[in-house]
Design a protein around this ligand. Structure first.
Ligand code: GLN
Length: 235
């Protein structure tokens, strides 16, 4: 029996799962096990109620424009709950399409404007007859950590108030191919264009998200062993 239990909402996990974004949950479960934390995951999709108090973490994956459009129609039903979840500082990992949908709007490859949740202040434009595809490396300037992944997106995202990038582009395109930023951080919401999935290749982010969730849920627990595992070079 694990000492800690965390509940994860896999938002629209049946529709948004490009390049197996679900692998991020497997990575969280792997690192969670070492931290003595069991992660229980549940898909919350179209027409399912999202109770922000019932979950400690969330994953919002990427998708094709068509699936994003379908999801966008359901988002107003979950906006209040997701706003509470995010603003309470619960960890949420949003990848590519999920990242775009947390922002104000997203222009699809065919020019259609898809409204987002507007909880984060970025917006996403399209580009003509081009996609940003390939390996990407970025550096997080706060931690000095370098992250590696694979990007494949038409959208060009521009950050807004209250957001800082996940990292500066070392190689690849990043948010928009112009300003050298990749991804976004707002409170404990981490956004990125990295598929691959991001947490299997960049365990530091998985450990970081788990520690935030554990501190939130177990404020009185001694988490020194878990903290030590975060900086352990290998596991
Ligand atoms: N449909 C979006 C785009 O092309 C997101 C793609 C994805 O999630 N990989 O920009």
């Amino acid at each position: 029996m694990a000492k800690f239990h965390l509940k994860l909402a896999h938002l629209y996990g049946d529709l948004l799962n490009t390049y197996s974004d679900i692998g991020n949950i497997i990575a969280l479960q792997y690192y969670g096990k070492i931290m003595d934390a069991e992660i229980e995951s549940r898909v919350i999709s179209i027409d399912n109620q999202f109770d922000p108090d019932a979950f400690d973490m969330a994953l919002f994956g990427g998708g094709q424009d068509y699936e994003q459009l379908v999801v966008s129609r359901d988002l107003p039903n979950k906006k209040a709950a997701l706003t509470k979840f995010i603003n309470e500082g619960k960890p949420l990992l949003a990848i590519c399409g999920g990242y775009q949908l947390l922002g104000k709007y997203y222009i699809g490859a065919n020019g259609e404007k898809i409204p987002g949740l507007g909880i984060l202040n970025h917006y996403t434009l399209s580009q003509d007859n081009n996609r940003f595809i390939g390996d990407i490396a970025i550096k997080n300037e706060e931690t000095g950590e370098e992250y590696h992944g694979f990007e494949n997106h038409n959208g060009r995202t521009f950050l807004g108030d209250g957001e800082r990038p996940l990292g500066k582009v070392v190689t690849g395109h990043g948010n928009n191919g112009e300003d050298g930023t990749e991804g976004a951080i707002y409170k404990a919401t981490y956004c990125s264009y990295f598929h691959g999935p991001i947490l299997t290749r960049n365990g530091e982010i998985a450990k970081h998200l788990l520690l935030i969730a554990l501190h939130n849920k177990y404020p009185d627990a001694d988490l020194s062993r878990q903290e030590a595992l975060k900086i352990a070079p290998t596991f």
